[in-house]
Ligand binder design. Sequence first.
Ligand code: SF4
Length: 405
Amino acid sequence: MYKIESAVKLKEIMGNYFLGMKDTTKKYAWCTSVGPAELLRSFGFEVHFPENHGALLGTTRTAGDMIPETAKFGYSNDICSYLTADIGSYLKKETPLTKHYGLNGPPKPSIIVYNTNQCREVQDWFTYFGKELDCPVVGICPPRHLDEVTKDEIADVAAQFKSMIPICEQASGQKFDIDKFRETLRLSKEATALWKQVLMTARVSPSPISFFDATIHMGPIVVLRGTQIAKDYYTLLLEELRGNVKKGIGFLEEEKCRIYWDGMPIWGKLRSLSELFIQNNAAIVASTYCNSWIFDAFDEKEPFESSAKAYTEIFINRSEHAKEKILAGLIRDFSIDGVIFHDAKTCSNNSNSRFGMPQRLRESLGIPTLIIEGDLCDLRFYSEGQSITKIETFIEQIESAKVFL
Ligand code: SF4
């Protein structure tokens, strides 16, 4: 059976990251997953990502116990299930971090920072914790849904980054050091470039990494970017995957079709979905989600402007037109035969099937598309039987269309 050996190292790294949170002498910052982690690290903060905790609640299928707690406080079941699961976990005083790492919960923050480049939900979520934990909250609010990111927008966001400095200085007790910021950004740039190359190995058939593998191996680029640890990990993983490409080894011996996954993962169903596609010899080789942590613009020579650009030009913050162009490019680059859109009930921000995108891609590229309804964490919105039937029928359609080509 195909196995990515670097997973052993990954487990150790992620374990150390969480176990490190037991150290109460350190100062912690909470940050959104595509927020200014590098700037925070340059002040010596360890960084906790509440979305990562949300994904953990989803993967361990404990989110379903937490979400109703948040609903009791007036939060709709239809809003971000990372938010409702994470706040519910806090209210219930239960977390999978206890079972896995002996932690009572996420570390107490000295500062909470969000970036609404992904959605407004993070603002409500983080503000809740700011009040609850009596902690300063800083928000970056870039212009949204952009066709292109212009100099004016970069200047606006760079100024917002700079205005965080006095609050970070006060919360950390450290003066801002531009050289530390440059160094952290350099490490982040190198790790993100390696992560990009890791994902690019899947352009080859048979691919050495699936979307499902990538959702696990992306751990360090989300929570440890800006550290040598993340850079070293992706150097190791890339070497292994390139070795497998050379040997002609992939997670499928023969790929009957190659599929693109758009939207959020269904965290509680990763394993069963991965098995379903493997049984059908269908390879999911690229995704919008895993590409979200590629930040080509980082440049330590212009740390504020390049951070502003990198975090503002992310896919989720772009116009429909720009998203369509990006998706079309990936579909071509990865030799994709069909696209699955996951329409996540509680995340309209990362569900790209709602404004005609599947139809437009079908018309412009002649590519089959499928929409499946589900959710990132709230499995009440996912019908397994119905989805399996839809997916298997879709794979058959792609395969028969290929036969007649
Ligand atoms: S992008 Fe979606 S999943 Fe992520 S925090 Fe925002 S609403 Fe939640």
